[in-house]
Design a protein around this ligand. Structure first.
Ligand code: AAO
Length: 519
């Protein structure tokens, strides 16, 4: 009773930091541009058994269909209405996917594009994913309906109507981001329409939202919207659960709008993490792994319980958004796996794993001219299914980083060590480091240009462990390297700098039981 009163006193947004993951799971995977049908199957056949907590899905709302360039991925960030037919599938398919994922304990988080509608140059007609008519020039979106009354143009003070200067907070919130028609969110009518959209998804069973372009919305407007959201469906979540909110705010420092303005509303994406981790693992600007000893708040990142962290996202993996050239992606697989291993082993933040598709990169003057290319698709623009190869990787250009053994096993590592503090830190003052998580897990990384050969205190119970980077624990055995931890928790590590993956990770669930002859 007391708790309910307190929650009421401190505002209804209380609790929107909680991703409500099931079975002690800890990570989100962004299945970028996947079809709903494929996500449903992936939840059942892979994500639940491997311990993924939730999926971030591409925007499900009706969007413009751009034909020049041909169906770019970014068309989905230009809503036409809140109807639920998109390149990923129909409303029925969306509903089926949410149900099937929830039934196996995998949450769905929706990428909610609520700051704006399509670009001002989006034209007129029904070139939209549900075939709905709209007129961008007249700001007419009859299927919501929104009309010219519902946009911010009167409020924006720049001559172009665009954000021209990120140092002016009024421009950033009241003007158009890359010409996208900016909704007037202080209007109750606009708020009501957005809330209806989000509540419909909540009632279908989603667990929360990535809120796109949050920097471009006033925290006060967002607060009113989030306060009006329904509680999560009691079919899958405890009574009184508020939807999880994580807001996309790019704050690399140097701009007046700061991530902390959004902390009262939910979590926030920590872009510094992605940019700095890339620089450290690439050893740029004299960065070294040993500097990660105080990784997290010690690097002027936001508080851990506010942060959503990632090595790369769908923007910065292709030069959109921010983060810069240091950002690591699947294109640099060896360093990428190391960075992912570090992120998933370290206690800081709520971790999001990127799952991408390949495209033909074509660099000219340092810029990828093909940064717009959409997902693997058929000639008519429909997205291709994700086929699974016999070796469990994906085909047809889907990269499926989340299925790479090293990444998938580190997602499981994070679940096993959840709640345990960072422990037994060791480094060689350069690029060899090791750390544990209480007495449940230990990792050693060699990013120097020479071998690592050390006996270290792991904090683990004595026994033989299977390294989950070079292999898997399978039917009581290990397909990779094995590690002997003595009764005092000490173990000898050798990692060649030439190894395909120059790091090792073991945890209490990768401990090998005694062989039958010793019984
Ligand atoms: C497309 C076309 C446009 C066209 C438009 C409308 O590309 O030419 O005008 O359609 O027809 C995505 C694509 C866009 C696409 C859009 C709509 O990325 O290319 O436009 O869909 O289809 C800002 C926002 C951030 C946003 C990011 C891309 O703050 O919210 O730009 N991300 C989200 C999504 C993204 C999506 C949208 C929003 C729109 O994740 O996929 O766009 O729904 C600074 C600011 C950042 C700002 C960046 C880029 O960053 O701080 O806030 O991000 O600039 O403008 C240093 C600084 C760093 C700075 C950076 C770059 O690193 O430290 O702070 O330099 O200057």
């Amino acid at each position: 009773m007391k708790l309910v009163v307190l929650a009421g006193l401190f505002g209804l947004t209380f609790g929107q930091n909680d991703p409500h993951m099931k079975h002690e799971r800890t990570s989100i995977v962004h299945l970028f541009e996947w079809r709903w049908e494929d996500i449903a199957t992936e939840c059942e056949r892979y994500l639940a058994p491997k311990g993924f907590g939730g999926v971030q899905i591409s925007p499900p709302s009706e969007s413009i269909v751009v034909t020049n360039p041909w169906q770019p991925w970014w068309q989905r960030y230009q809503p036409i209405s809140y109807n639920l037919c998109s390149r990923s599938g129909t409303e029925e398919e969306l509903k089926d996917m949410i149900t099937r994922c929830n039934n196996v304990g995998v949450n769905i988080y929706v990428d909610a594009v609520i700051n704006h509608m399509c670009g001002a140059g989006g034209g007129e007609g029904n070139h939209s994913s549900c075939g709905t008519y709209f007129n961008a020039h007249k700001k007419d979106f009859p299927s919501v309906p929104f009309s010219s009354w519902d946009f911010n143009d009167g409020k924006c003070k720049t001559a172009s109507g665009e954000i021209e200067n990120y140092n002016d907070i009024f421009q950033v919130r009241d003007c158009r981001l890359v010409s996208l028609l900016d909704l007037a969110m202080e209007k109750d009518y606009v708020r009501v329409k957005i809330v209806e959209y989000m509540n419909k998804l909540i009632d279908m069973g989603v667990a929360g939202f990535r809120v796109d372009a949050s920097k471009h919305m006033w925290p006060g407007d967002l607060s009113t919207i989030f306060d009006r959201l329904n509680n999560l469906s009691t079919r899958w979540f405890p009574t009184g659960s508020k939807p999880f909110i994580y807001q996309e705010v790019i704050d690399l420092g140097g701009e007046p709008i700061q991530a902390k303005e959004y902390f009262d509303l939910g979590r926030v994406t920590e872009f510094k993490y992605s940019s700095k981790l890339g620089a450290v693992v690439r050893k740029w600007k004299n960065e070294k792994l040993c500097y990660l000893k105080n990784w997290g708040e010690g690097w002027a990142f936001m508080p851990s319980d506010k942060a959503v962290v990632f090595v790369d996202n769908h923007d910065n993996q292709r030069g959109h958004g921010a983060g810069g050239a240091s950002v690591l992606t699947f294109w640099d697989a060896r360093l990428y796996k190391m960075a992912m291993g570090l992120m998933l082993a370290h206690p800081y933040g709520l971790t999001r794993v990127m799952s991408s598709y390949q495209w033909d990169r074509r660099f000219e003057n340092g810029k990828d001219q093909n940064d717009w290319i959409g997902p693997p698709s058929h000639g008519n623009g429909s997205t291709k299914a994700v086929p699974i190869n016999p070796d469990t990787t994906c085909g047809e250009g889907w990269v499926c980083e989340h299925r790479w053994r090293q990444i998938r096993n580190m997602v499981a590592f994070r679940n096993v060590v959840h709640g345990q503090p960072l422990s037994n830190w060791w480094d060689n003052s350069k690029n060899q480091i090791a750390f544990g998580r209480g007495s449940r897990g230990f990792t050693v990384i060699n990013n120097d240009d020479w071998n690592l050969s050390e006996t270290l205190n792991t904090g683990l119970p004595g026994g033989t462990y299977c390294d989950v980077i070079s292999g898997d624990k399978l039917s009581g055995g290990c397909t990779g390297k094995q590690l002997e931890v003595d009764k005092d928790g000490r173990a000898y590590f050798f990692i060649s700098n030439k190894d395909e993956d120059p790091f090792i990770a073991v945890h209490t669930d990768s401990k090998l039981s005694k062989s039958s002859c010793t019984l």
